[in-house]
Design a protein around this ligand. Structure first.
Ligand SMILES: [Cu+2]
Length: 132
């Protein structure tokens, strides 16, 4: 019975890999010496709340925790469809900024992340995120 369970588990895991559902996801962009890393534990996003985190690191790899991080989560305008866009502020917890995104429909969404630090020019990084 135990061996059977392990085989079953292996088959399930291979199926999940083949279909490509619900693995963690991480992507990053570097602008003006600031690296913005966006990650989520489950990807693609689903309808309803999805928790995402933004990690900021400077040129020496040190976490940046003194910023204001604004997120505009939106779907680019499509013909015959009202624009869908929400704005939120990501909240610092530990050394990452967290926010939740709620895609109203399947498709490719954009998370436009603007980082404001005192004495520095704002930095914006935009990431594509798929929702199903
Ligand atoms: Cu749309």
């Amino acid at each position: 019975m135990k061996r059977f369970s392990l085989v079953t588990l292996a088959i399930i895991m291979i199926s999940v890999l083949a279909v490509g559902i619900s693995w963690g996801y991480e992507t990053q962009k570097t602008t003006a010496g600031l690296t913005v890393t966006l990650s989520t534990s489950s990807y693609p996003l689903v309808k309803g709340d999805n928790e995402l985190s933004v990690k900021l690191t400077d040129g020496s790899g040190k976490a940046v925790t003194d910023a204001k991080v604004a997120v505009r989560f939106h779907m680019p305008p499509m013909p015959g469809m009202a624009p869908m866009s929400t704005k939120t502020e990501a909240i610092l917890k530990g050394d990452v900024y967290r926010f939740s995104a709620n895609p109203a429909m399947e498709g490719t969404w954009k998370a436009e992340i603007t980082v404001v630090r005192s004495g520095k020019s704002p930095v914006t990084a935009t990431f594509n995120l798929d929702a199903r």
